[in-house]
Design a protein around this ligand. Structure first.
Ligand code: SAH
Ligand code: SF4
Length: 344
């Protein structure tokens, strides 16, 4: 089987090129082709010699993502693409257009082993990790699509399927390759990794000291409630999680975003809002509230808008920065893992 060209960083590709007795500048030409011109088959590489094109084609595949479904929300702001991979697994990528930015929400795993009760991906269980190339190609394809409409990709969020810190090294390698100015050249600050709260990996991330943004999926402000909807909380309870977040902020001086999917009658109460204020009130933090996207396997309903506004007010009254995210693409099942969970 051919290897995926997108799995190689610049040095790895250079080594291959050298071993074929090709001049060093070929690496740069190949990277310009795949990351800047978005070429995805060897014939397009007119900058290369025929023999090199042939050799590349024999050994490498120029991407492994096959678009199978492409859905657009009624208001045109959100697109969701289902990709079929070489082993027939399915993942999804969501593109969101705003007035000032274009964000792609990408997957890091097929399925997820964390089992959060309200999550369609969690309901699939863990199937496998994505390779760096499979992660990278979601971003490159999004940029190519936007480019065709004269738009630019501005942000990448790991909020699709999977737990990115459960696939730590491939995720970090993907960001490193996408950041490399010899190719795609996307600034590290434009990436956000969202985690359910894996403490050892948060520590590791802190040590790695990148400029990638960190978001933590909190959803509850006491252990009893959190463990009931986010099972990994039993292993990494709130006090420890918040303590490591404080360390992270102290060490990096970077803000953390806490995510909160508001579920009717579960975590949309005044009590939870107050507990959350106490937990994060004195931190360099931002709270992102989203109304639950309904999923078929879970009985919870989205919180009422009035409740969401009240919840937000309790936080802002304590000077906590907070936004309510609009529910996007609800008509195309753009909630985390909702489309692919039906296709795996
Ligand atoms: N595994 C990571 C990233 C992927 S999920 C994490 O959990 O952070 C991205 C975000 O979508 C998380 O905050 C997650 O809790 C949230 N989410 C999952 N299912 C949802 C649903 N049905 N409605 C609203 N948000 C949901
Ligand atoms: Fe996994 Fe995130 Fe879904 Fe939890 S919310 S099951 S961690 S993808």
């Amino acid at each position: 089987m051919r290897s995926n060209l997108f799995d190689l960083d610049y040095e790895e590709l250079s080594k291959v090129i050298r071993s074929w007795d090709e001049p060093a500048y070929r690496t740069q030409q190949i990277w310009q082709g795949i990351f800047q011109k978005f070429w995805n088959n060897p014939e397009e590489f007119t900058t290369l010699s025929l023999s090199l094109r042939k050799k590349l084609d024999q050994k490498y595949i120029f991407g492994v993502l096959n678009p199978e479904k492409d859905l657009q929300s009624n208001d045109g702001s959100t697109r969701k693409i289902l990709y079929r991979l070489e082993d027939n697994a399915a993942i999804e990528t969501v593109l969101m257009g705003y007035t000032d930015r274009n964000t792609v929400c990408i997957s890091s795993q097929v399925g997820c082993g964390m089992g959060c009760k309200f999550c369609a991906t969690g309901n699939m269980g863990f199937i496998r990790n994505l390779s760096p190339g499979e992660i990278i190609e979601q971003v490159v394809k999004a940029a190519a699509d936007l480019g065709q409409n004269g738009k630019r990709l501005t942000n990448v969020v790991f909020m699709g399927m999977g737990e990115p810190f459960h696939n730590y090294q491939p995720v970090m390698k993907a960001v490193r390759i996408l950041n490399d100015p010899r190719g795609f050249g996307m600034g590290t600050r434009r990436f956000t990794i969202s985690t359910v709260g894996l403490i050892p990996e948060i520590r590791r991330f802190m040590k790695d000291n990148t400029q990638i943004n960190l978001a933590i999926s909190l959803h509850a402000a006491d252990d009893l409630l959190r463990s009931s909807i986010v099972p990994i909380n039993r292993k990494y309870p709130l006090t420890e999680l918040i303590a490591v977040c404080r360390q992270y902020i102290q060490k990096t001086n970077r803000r953390i975003t806490f995510e909160w999917a508001l579920i009717d009658g579960v975590n949309d109460t005044e009590e939870q809002a107050r507990k959350l204020s106490n937990l994060v009130g004195d931190m360099l933090a931002h709270v992102n509230i989203i109304q639950l996207n309904p999923v078929s396997h879970y009985g919870g309903k989205p919180a009422e808008e009035e409740k969401a506004l009240k919840f937000k007010k309790i936080l802002t009254d304590s000077d906590i920065s907070c936004t309510i995210r609009l529910r996007r693409g609800i008509d195309i099942q753009a909630g985390c893992g909702q489309l692919a969970s039906e296709s795996n």
